[in-house]
Ligand binder design. Structure first.
Ligand SMILES: [Ca+2]
Ligand SMILES: [Ca+2]
Ligand SMILES: [Ca+2]
Length: 429
C-alpha cells in the first residue's frame, strides 16, 4: 500500500512539470497505469491545473529598469534609508510615504505606485493575478483604510502602513483585489476568473519608518488557453462521407468553431462542432478546402489549427459503342473518359470465356474475335478508377459475335457465257 502511494506521488511530481505541453500524452499514459484509484485521483488533480500558463511574469531577477512596468514613488521626510526599487531579487519599499506629502504629520497620502503596462490576455480563460509580498519590521494599521489623502489619521504616517493591489481590465477602472494593512500575514495576493483583452496590475505600497520594509515579487498573470488537437489532412472521393471529430483541452472544456474556404467540397463556409458531410458526386475537378478550427470556451478562444480536405472527382467513362464482330475480325475497344490517368476495369456477362473476352479484366480490349458456333451476344460493364483510387460510374455496351462466313460456290448454268447472259450460282454456307 505504501508503495502505491509512493508511486502515485512520484507520478504527480513528474507530471506537474510537463502538464501544459504534453497533457494528451499524459492522459494516455495514465490510463494504462495499474493503480487505478490513484490514477483517478491524479486526474482530478490534473484537471485543476491543466492548461494554466503564465502570460506575464516579473520576478525582478533582471537588472532594473525592467521592461513592462513603471513606478512612481514619493519620499516625504528625506531620511537616507528611504528607498524604492529592485533589490534582493524583489521590489522593496522602505519608508516611502507617497504624494502629496502631508503637512501636519509629515507623512504622505499613500499615492505611490508600481504599475505594469498593458498585458495582452486576449483569448485566455480564467485569467488570474498572483503577487507575492511580505513585510520586514513593525507595521501599523489604522482601521478603515486604505487611505489616499491627508486627513486625520488617514495620513500615511508612522501609525498606518498599507499595500493596495489592483487591476484594470481593458482600460477600465482600477479594481482592488487585496488590501494589506499594517503587518498582515505574507502573501500572495491573488485574484482569478478574469477575462478580456488587456489587463494592468497596480501595486500601491506606502509606509513610514526606517525600520519598515514592504516587498513584493513574482507578479504573475496566468490564464488557460483552450486548445484543439492537430487534425490530419483528409482526402476522399466525391460522394464519400467525411467525418472529422475535434478534440482538445480547456477549462471549461472547449467547443470548436470552424471556417471553410472552399464550399465546393459540399461543406458550408463556417460552423461549429464536428464535421459530418458528403461531398457531391458530380465534381468535375479536384477540390481542396482549408479548414480552420478554433477552440472556444466561454469568454475566450485558443490558437486555431488548420487542415485540408481534398475531394477527388469520380472518373467518368465515355459510353463505348456496341461491338459486332465475326470470328477472326480484329476487335479494338478503346476506353476513354474524363480522367486521362484512369484505368478501366470491366466485367463480361453472356459470352463464353475466351482469350479476347475473359470474364473480367482491365484496360482496352484488343485482338481477334474468337470462333463461335452460332451468333451470341453479351454485355460488358466498365468503370474507370482514378490514380487516387476513386471509382467512377458504370457504363455498359453489348458485344455480338458471329461465326465466320465460309462459302463454296458452284455455277449451275452453262460454263460459257456471253456478255449479257445471266449466270446462276449455288452457294453453300
Ligand atoms: Ca524575485
Ligand atoms: Ca521616507
Ligand atoms: Ca509605520
Amino acid at each position: 500500500m505504501l508503495l502505491r502511494y509512493l508511486v502515485a506521488f512520484f507520478i504527480k511530481l513528474m507530471l506537474f512539470g510537463v502538464l501544459s505541453k504534453y497533457n494528451t500524452l499524459i492522459f494516455k499514459t495514465m490510463s494504462l497505469h495499474p493503480f487505478r484509484p490513484f490514477v483517478l485521483f491524479t486526474l482530478l488533480f490534473l484537471s485543476q491545473t491543466v492548461n494554466s500558463q503564465v502570460i506575464w511574469l516579473e520576478d525582478f531577477s533582471g537588472a532594473p529598469p525592467a521592461p513592462g512596468w513603471t513606478d512612481f514613488f514619493t519620499d516625504c521626510d528625506g531620511t537616507p534609508e528611504s528607498f524604492n526599487g529592485v533589490q534582493n531579487g524583489r521590489y522593496e519599499v522602505i519608508d516611502m510615504e507617497g504624494t502629496p506629502c502631508c503637512p501636519v504629520a509629515g507623512g504622505g497620502a499613500g499615492n505611490n505606485e508600481w504599475v505594469t503596462n498593458e498585458i495582452t490576455i486576449t483569448g485566455y480563460c480564467n485569467v488570474s493575478i498572483s503577487v507575492n509580498y511580505g513585510v520586514i519590521g513593525t507595521f501599523e494599521c489604522s482601521a478603515g483604510g486604505p487611505y489616499f489623502s491627508c486627513t486625520d489619521v488617514a495620513n500615511i504616517d508612522n501609525g498606518h502602513d498599507q499595500i493596495v493591489f489592483e487591476y484594470s481590465l481593458d482600460g477600465g477602472p482600477w479594481v482592488q483585489f487585496q488590501y494589506v494593512c499594517g503587518a498582515a500575514p505574507p502573501g500572495p495576493a491573488t485574484v482569478s476568473g478574469l477575462s478580456g483583452n488587456t489587463i494592468r496590475v497596480r501595486i500601491q505600497p506606502a509606509n513610514k519608518s526606517t525600520a519598515e520594509t514592504y516587498w513584493f515579487d513574482d507578479v504573475t498573470v496566468s490564464g488557460s488557453l483552450p486548445t484543439v488537437d492537430p487534425v490530419p489532412d483528409v482526402e476522399v472521393c466525391a460522394g464519400e462521407d467525411v467525418m472529422v471529430m475535434f478534440t482538445g483541452t480547456g477549462t471549461p472544456a472547449p467547443t470548436f468553431d470552424w471556417t471553410n474556404d472552399n464550399t465546393a467540397i459540399g461543406l458550408g463556409a463556417s460552423g461549429s462542432g464536428n464535421l459530418d458531410f458528403t461531398p457531391p458526386t458530380n465534381l468535375s475537378q479536384q477540390e481542396i478546402a482549408t479548414i480552420t478550427v478554433t477552440p472556444v470556451s466561454p469568454g475566450c478562444s485558443g490558437v486555431p489549427e488548420t487542415f485540408t480536405i481534398t475531394v477527388n472527382p469520380l472518373p467518368q467513362t465515355d459510353d463505348p459503342a456496341d461491338v459486332v464482330a465475326c470470328a477472326g475480325d480484329m476487335v479494338d475497344i478503346i476506353f476513354t473518359g474524363s480522367d486521362p490517368g484512369a484505368t478501366y476495369h470491366w466485367t463480361i456477362n453472356g459470352l463464353p470465356p475466351n482469350p479476347l473476352f475473359p470474364p473480367s479484366g482491365t484496360g482496352n480490349i484488343s485482338g481477334t474475335a474468337p470462333p463461335v458456333p452460332f451468333p451470341i451476344s453479351g454485355t460488358v460493364t466498365v468503370h474507370a478508377v482514378s490514380a487516387e483510387g476513386c471509382i467512377g460510374p458504370d457504363q455498359t455496351f453489348s458485344v455480338s459475335l458471329f461465326p465466320a462466313i465460309s462459302a463454296s460456290f458452284s455455277m449451275t448454268s452453262l460454263p460459257n457465257l456471253c456478255l449479257g447472259q445471266p449466270a446462276v450460282f449455288f452457294g453453300q454456307f
